[in-house]
Design a protein around this ligand. Sequence first.
Ligand code: SAH
Length: 392
Amino acid sequence: MTSHKTIKLKPKEGRRARAGAPWIFSNEIQMDAAARTLAPGSVVNILFDDGQPLGTGYFNPKSLIGLRLLDKAVDTVIGTGFFVRRLERALKLREALYAKPFYRLVHAEGDGLPGLTIDRFGDSLVAQIGTAGMEALIEPLLKALDKVLEPTTVVLRNDAPSRALEGLGEEVRAAKGEAGRIAVEENGVRYFADLGAGQKTGWYYDQRDNRAFMAPLAKGKTVLDAYSYTGGFGIAAAKAGAREVICLDSSAPALALAEDSAAANGVRVQAVKADVFEEMERLGAAKESFDIVIADPPPFVRAKKDLEPGAKAYRKLAKLAAEVTAPNGFLLLASCSHNIPMERFANECAAGIARAGRKAALIRQAGAGPDHPVHPMLPETAYLKALVYALD
Ligand code: SAH
């Protein structure tokens, strides 16, 4: 027996959990005095109102998502062994998918590890912890990572603003080795990422398949990679034989990495530091256009309340991007906002393209790659949407 405290659901609650959902909301939980005094992140046994066992999870009385399920059995010891089992399963999936050790290794609930994402760059790992529950489990997690992967570097990028919802502060530190610039290999292209100072984990593996789709279309063509970050799309296109590639971003350090990555691949990209909306307006007014246009912006709908202004921004971006897409060109529009559903995003993109006076056929609707598995009961966590249009 373990010494987990017990949390009970309210009468008649837990239908979604019984069907396999890994989250239980605070309004479904009996918040008695004992529950309220539990430290945020405590590992608990979860019981239905009638005392039937639901599983082992972690509890945060301060969070809207009060419980996150870790295991289907009660009394499960959440220690190094638990993490070793979960990590081995996650690793096996990636090894089946990819020949080289560059991928998202852990994608939270999709890998049975709520509140945790880990990106792998060969011997370097970058973890992001998003919940008080996972934060309290850092020690067994790090031990398990050593056992399963023997990494030389483990960086904790715990600087997502969403941590505040769990009552957590922000910190970036190397738990092992040193955070710095490393190489990423993806689709046969070599990139650089900065694990300590880059955005998120330093690299966006989620767009891997979409980069692979766009690159061969670019052979002999001109490319505008808007919101390029470190050049994920642009350098792949250049390597596939694009005639000219512009990487457009507001971040100077990201563009510097893009230029270095291009050089490492023996290609050239032109880095332009500007605001995408302003630069696209300028290019459109100057009647400049590109055979391939990629627009992969930061999230425009950060919270549910931002849906309407965010949707409008996606529509405007689609219009501007279509205006600088050459006749018979291809346009990729992406959204990484989980708060806008695919259908709404697609409608806004269609409206924006039509407003640019262009006809378009949708030739690809995609999300993140398979190293971002989605828990089947949390379809809303499939945040990435990428639409590719062939324009007339
Ligand atoms: N396409 C990239 C990921 C893009 S992330 C890839 O494949 O890796 C979003 C990028 O938008 C970030 O690099 C950020 O610096 C940039 N950005 C945010 N606001 C911007 C703006 N107004 N104008 C230009 N770039 C912007």
